[in-house]
Design a binder for this molecule. Structure first.
Ligand code: 5MM
Length: 340
């Protein structure tokens, strides 16, 4: 295993002012997103949407890497340039989601286990041959009455560790994503406690599997109140609590933490990232790997229409730029209006 090469890729993904675009929506998720704009989810529409994002002029200034879905890594631009090559031309590192989705955990109602380990080594080698340089695997953890159970946490941590080890063996930087969902009416303190338990289960397991921390990235949720909670959280509280949890659980050798947005309003995800970077002094780079919080305004502006491509790209570039500023601790909400 060439740890030096893995470390260089991991560092490039969290380079100054840059973060990752998650564009790895599975077929069911992209169908849900396209429903917002009344667009059928066909291979052509998915190709057109991803091409709009990937060809946004100058996107490589803010985006270091893009996580692709299996279908997307095999698609090309209308001019016939394979998407991984198109991204490289923009100075962007292609990555790939390699899990095959979260399925019900047998005998543990309300909990999920992420699948995709069978045959993974062969798939990784194929993706590497297609130009991918990093991978991603998402575990889903629910908060609820008696949830998450220790069994759910341990099973998902084991799968994440096996995924990460296989990725590194194949020369790919794993992005380890244990997502504690926002669903529910729990307080942010409860989210902090569950996120702590989750990460405290994941990291020892990664170590047992000999995963090199300097050749991976962590993609966690931020510590926020549940989506149905009446609790109001100030950005400074989110930042303080999230950093507290991460300091307790994430080794300093990990080069970067790239947050998911998890359904937060796009501007709030940016404010929270800004607040964390404003505190400063963290041992890891603090950046983003958003899907919805980067894409939603662009999707709505696009609406599936060719004539809206430029407008949609502007909306996407705007969010990418705002998050780039936040990632460097230089974002103020007034920049939203000024640039709009
Ligand atoms: C694009 O969403 C990814 C999951 O897709 P599927 O559920 O369709 O497999 C997801 O892993 C994504 O990378 C992260 O959750 C971040 O997305 P958000 O929207 O939370 O920033």
């Amino acid at each position: 295993m060439d740890i030096q090469a893995l470390a260089e890729t991991a560092q490039a993904l969290v380079a100054d002012g840059k973060g990752v675009l998650a564009a790895d929506e599975s077929l069911s998720t992209i169908e849900k997103r396209f429903r917002r704009i009344d667009l059928p989810s066909t291979p052509d529409n998915r190709q057109a949407y991803r091409e709009m994002l990937f060809t946004a002029p100058g996107v490589g200034e803010y985006i270091s890497g893009v996580i692709l879905f299996d279908e997307t890594i095999r698609q090309s631009s209308r001019d016939g340039v394979p998407f991984p090559e198109l991204l490289r031309q923009q100075g962007i590192i292609p990555g790939i989601k390699v899990d095959t989705g979260a399925k019900p955990l047998a005998l543990f109602e309300g909990e999920k286990i992420t699948e995709g380990l069978d045959g993974l080594r062969d798939r990784l080698l194929e993706y590497r041959g297609m130009g991918a340089r990093f991978t991603k695997w998402r575990a889903v953890i629910s908060i609820g009455e008696g949830l998450p159970t220790a069994t759910c946490l341990a099973s998902n941590a084991e799968a994440l560790a096996r995924f990460a080890a296989l990725s590194q063996e194949c020369g790919l930087v794993p992005i380890v994503e244990p997502e504690v969902l926002m669903d529910g009416d729990h307080a942010m303190e409860h989210c902090a406690e569950v996120t702590t338990r989750t990460l405290a289960t994941v990291f020892p397991r990664l170590l047992q599997h000999r995963v090199a921390f300097d050749g991976m990235l962590l993609k966690p949720n931020m510590v926020v109140p549940g989506a149905e909670s009446p609790q109001e959280a100030h950005a400074d509280d989110v930042a303080r609590m999230t950093l507290h949890v991460l300091r307790q659980t994430v080794p300093a050798a990990v080069p970067g933490i790239v947050f998911l947005s998890g359904g937060q309003h796009d501007e709030w995800a940016t404010r929270h990232l800004q607040a964390m970077n404003a505190i400063g002094g963290a041992p890891w780079e603090l950046s983003f790997s958003f899907a919805r919080a980067l894409q939603m305004p662009a999707l709505l502006a696009w609406g599936g229409k060719e004539e809206n491509v430029r407008k949609a790209q502007q909306a996407f570039l705007h969010r990418a730029r705002m998050n780039s500023l936040a990632r460097n601790g230089r974002y103020v909400p007034e920049q939203e209006r000024k640039a709009a």
